[in-house]
Design a protein around this ligand. Structure first.
Ligand code: RTP
Ligand code: MG
Length: 156
């Protein structure tokens, strides 16, 4: 089996404020790429919540502009599932810099919807640890264990 050894994962995806108006176009693309949307929520981040969500970047040059951007309007957050969802979504997301995305992966979300390094249209968790933390951050009531593991995942 092709996917033997791979694991059904959940990752946190966000459509950032500059592209939330394109959600009706973006969501079917996420589903066509094989991701199942488990939960979805519109979030209006306060600057404090955005700072907390992006705490790993505190102190960096771009932190103030990141916080201003992420609290400039609503964001659409969703929990999506697929085999290897975390890396798989980062692949179709493209690099952080939208201009670089247009060069290296023109079909990626950031290539097509992003503007630059800051306004890069979408977010996807970058590791298992980040995914768990971010899902809990946005969906505090959601289950915290992996949805399925081992042999069970083949039934999905
Ligand atoms: P994300 O967390 O939003 O999915 O993006 P990422 O992993 O590709 O990039 P990361 O390094 O985690 O940066 C988080 C967000 O901060 C903004 N940023 N601006 N040099 C800059 O101006 C700069 N670098 C990063 C972007 O909005 C980036 O997605
Ligand atoms: Mg990141």
């Amino acid at each position: 089996h092709d996917n033997a050894g791979s694991c059904l994962e959940r990752t946190l995806v966000m459509i950032k404020p500059n592209m939330i108006s394109k959600s009706d176009q973006i969501i079917p693309e996420i589903e066509q790429a094989g991701f199942v949307i488990l939960q979805q929520r519109r979030v209006r981040f306060t600057p404090e919540q955005a700072s907390d969500f992006y705490a790993e970047h505190y102190g960096k040059m771009f932190f103030p502009s990141l916080i201003a951007f992420m609290s400039s309007g609503p964001t659409l957050a969703m929990v999506v599932a697929k085999r290897n969802a975390i890396n798989g979504f980062r692949q179709i997301l493209g690099p952080t810099n939208s201009e670089q995305a247009r060069e290296v992966n023109p079909k990626s979300f950031r290539a097509r919807y992003g503007t630059d390094t800051l306004k890069n249209a979408m977010h996807g968790s970058e590791s298992q640890h980040a995914a768990e933390r971010e899902i809990r951050f946005i969906f505090p009531d959601s289950i915290t264990e992996p949805i399925l593991s081992g042999d069970e995942s083949t039934q999905y």
